[in-house]
Design a protein around this ligand. Sequence first.
Ligand code: TYM
Length: 327
Amino acid sequence: MKTVFSGLKPSGDMTIGNYLGAMKHWPDQQGSARTIFFVPNAHAITVRQDPVQLKKRTYDLVAWLLTVGLDPEKSIILVQSRVSAHAEMCWILDNYVTMGELSRMTEYKDKSQKLGPEGQLVGLFNYPVLMAADILLYSSNEVPVGEDQRQHIELARTIAERFNKLYGETFVLPVATMPASGARIKRLDDPSKKMSKSDHPDSFIMLQEPLDSIKAKFKKAVTDSDNTIKYDKTLKPAVSNLLEIYSGFSEESIDVIVDRYTNKGYGELKTDLGELVVEKLSTLQLAFNKIRADEQNLERVISEGSEKAAEIANKKLSEVKEKLGLL
Ligand code: TYM
């Protein structure tokens, strides 16, 4: 049975980009594959976090995983800091990747430029190796992520191939899987950039966005020059982004939506999209609030899931230690 594995960092409020590009698709193979999802909280501390907020956000994320339909009876749900094999495996894999390879990671380049020398922590540089450890510990075949994570998963694959060549078949080679549309949701105020929780509030919609600001944000969203609705990422990046968001929430194909808006203008599309997102997010938020209110249950899900995960991860770690001659 193949293994599907992915995770979400608890470093800020989640946006509809995280949802449409990744999380929404995670329950798809539940029941037909071994599905493992996690909260990489050790990745979050590569930038300074308020400990109280970090704890809260970790529970929030576990509650979101349950809200979107992950079932702890069918999927393993874990928190990274509860399974120490992740950190141990990271140290081992550090010796199978070069500074040059890590320097080429675009996420590191972007973040380190933004943060300046003070923020260029070794942990931030090493972030992709911990990610490789996460993935390889569970023999993951598929890693469903948004486009921005593709390079990290390719690096995990390179590390796995290198290790296998030296010590014989040890790691499964992971593949990044992405939705046909929605893998890179853009900022509402600048469609040339990825929507991200760390930018200006007008540029994103959070999953926990107050419902009354959703419509206003879509109304303010930038559009392209002429007033016809077409899906063309190069010539009409802003409208194409709105269409991807529409399609992600309505579950209709982009062609069907474009047909519906023939002879209609951007204003109408933005108003309708605002209403659609309010409807969908209000349902999700209600479900989330209910699940989030029972922190004891979340704690139980985390401890039981992390225990199951540790069993799998420790086995792989022992196999690797054995191969390396680490007593
Ligand atoms: P994170 O927490 O930044 O994002 C979680 C997921 O959301 C996707 N995503 C997007 N998809 C479409 N459009 C967007 N604007 C958008 N923004 C974010 C991301 O691609 C991701 O799939 N490094 C990872 C966490 C991680 C991980 C792992 C993932 C740590 N170890 C092992 C998979 C496997 C991250 O920071 O995701």
